[in-house]
Design a protein around this ligand. Structure first.
Ligand code: LLP
Length: 430
């Protein structure tokens, strides 16, 4: 399958959207689009690649839109939740507790109690959390399955702040100094059945993910040998591999495919001693990033001798990371006219794409060559499906744009979320 949506496809869909009456209206200065057929294809592809007993728990934080959660539920897979409200969303969207993983790094006793009584799989983030879970399990006589997040300490990827497996990380239990303590926990708590790793998001090369898996497999084998030696009739049999497969945000850079990742991962998992292992995956970006894109109308163009600034209607409210760390994040940009027709050629001067927020770093692209941009044109920002709307910022009380989903390259469009109205902001701040 294609690794991202082509420029032609996106601009054709936008052209079709503009011709649908009432879909993109005057007040829709920006619209967020999701290709739901592509999302389904991604999920089906993932499911086909892994053993059928695998629980694919898609990371809610990448795209928590209720309509998207329901689409995922319909495809019979699960969700990874990283906060109590995300857990609530998953339950309310109709997911069976058996298909939900609860991973928050900061869980209160009340959060844990709720998750335990719901019967979802919990990954504890610390040894202290295991003690709290022990008390609750005794109280509720629950038969939930629990895992512990282990940091295999395989290094930091290209993006420091989304890497979670360096020597130090705020997440999980670092393996080097805690091997024995961890094994003691598996001996002590009979409900502790799983291990969990997550190496990082986007910046980590596949080799790093695979190194993490190798270290975890060695640990599982070692701990299971101890459990056997002690004559205990139980094993670690749940291995949650986390997410983290990077995607491409560039037209011409194909990423490592899920098939390639799977082909390298399975031989590592084959080294697990024992049978009947249950695997969990927690991909977010892989499922969502390339399915979404944003169209934003050009309000005006400021032309100066050496640079043009196109003022558009999204900035750091929607593209937080891109504005604050332009060195790390990139999106392909297209310019289309007011009818959605692709503009070609190159203007004499480069462009800044500036957003509407009150700070000067509010720019989603700097010094880029573009065709001549005019007022009323639209800027299309590609690969904005993951960690974009979910990281919306309330600064300047901007309205969240309308969100549109479509199937089959725009044969059908559906409003997934209405554009926020000023009154919604009033409610938010009241
Ligand atoms: N599992 C856990 C425990 C995670 O923390 C994450 C992401 C995932 C799975 C999904 O990782 P993915 O497959 O999406 O790479 N743009 C955001 C990224 C934060 C990622 C957080 N964790 C940011 O800049 O904060």
């Amino acid at each position: 399958m294609d690794f991202r949506l082509s420029d032609d496809k996106v601009s054709q869909v936008f052209h079709r959207a503009l011709s649908q009456s009432g879909l993109v209206t005057e007040e829709d200065t920006s619209v967020i689009f999701y290709d739901l057929s592509f999302m389904e294809e991604r999920i089906k592809d993932l499911v086909a690649l892994f053993p059928p007993t695998t629980l694919h728990a898609v990371a809610v934080k990448a795209n928590p839109l209720v309509r998207v959660l329901k689409l995922i539920e319909n495809l019979n897979i699960g969700l990874e939740t990283a906060s109590l409200p995300e857990l609530y969303l998953a339950i309310k969207a109709g997911f069976s507790p058996k298909k939900i993983v609860f991973d928050s790094p900061v869980k209160t006793v009340a959060d844990l109690e709720f998750a335990i009584t719901q019967g979802v799989h919990i990954n504890a983030d610390s040894l202290r959390e295991l003690e709290k879970i022990d008390d609750l399990i005794k109280q509720h006589l629950s038969s939930v399955t629990i895992g512990i997040r282990i940091n295999p300490q395989v290094g930091t990827g290209r993006i420091d702040i989304t890497s979670t497996a360096g020597e130090y990380s705020k997440f999980g239990v670092p393996i080097t100094d805690n091997r024995e303590k961890l094994i003691e926990c598996f001996l002590e708590y009979e409900w502790l059945r799983g291990v969990h790793m997550h190496i990082g998001s986007q910046g980590c090369p596949v080799k790093m993910l695979l190194d993490g898996a190798k270290i975890m497999v060695e640990f599982i084998n070692e701990a299971n040998a101890v459990l056997r030696d002690k004559g205990l009739n139980r094993q670690i049999d749940i291995f949650d591999l986390g997410g983290g497969l990077p995607v491409s945000y560039h037209r011409d850079k194909a990423p490592v495919s899920m098939t390639e990742y799977r082909d390298k991962l399975i031989p590592i998992l084959d080294n697990l001693d024992g049978e009947d292992f249950k695997f969990i995956t927690e991909f977010g970006r892989y499922i969502h990033a390339n399915t979404g894109w944003v169209a934003s109308r050009v309000e005006c163009v400021k032309r100066e001798p050496n640079i043009n600034t196109a003022m558009i209607h999204v900035g750091a409210d929607l593209f937080l990371r891109e504005c604050y760390r332009p060195d790390l994040w990139h999106h392909e940009i297209q310019v289309v006219d007011h009818n959605g027709k692709i503009k070609t050629g190159k203007d004499d001067h480069k462009y800044v794409l500036a957003g509407p927020l009150c700070f000067s770093g509010d720019m989603i692209a700097r010094d880029i060559a573009l065709p001549r941009v005019e007022e009323g044109d639209y800027i299309l920002i590609h690969d904005a499906g993951a960690y974009t709307l979910s990281m919306w910022s309330r600064y300047n009380s901007r309205q969240i744009p309308k969100v549109v989903g479509y199937h089959d390259d725009g044969d059908t469009f559906d409003i997934l979320r209405k554009r926020e109205q000023p009154d919604d902001l009033w409610k938010f701040w009241s």
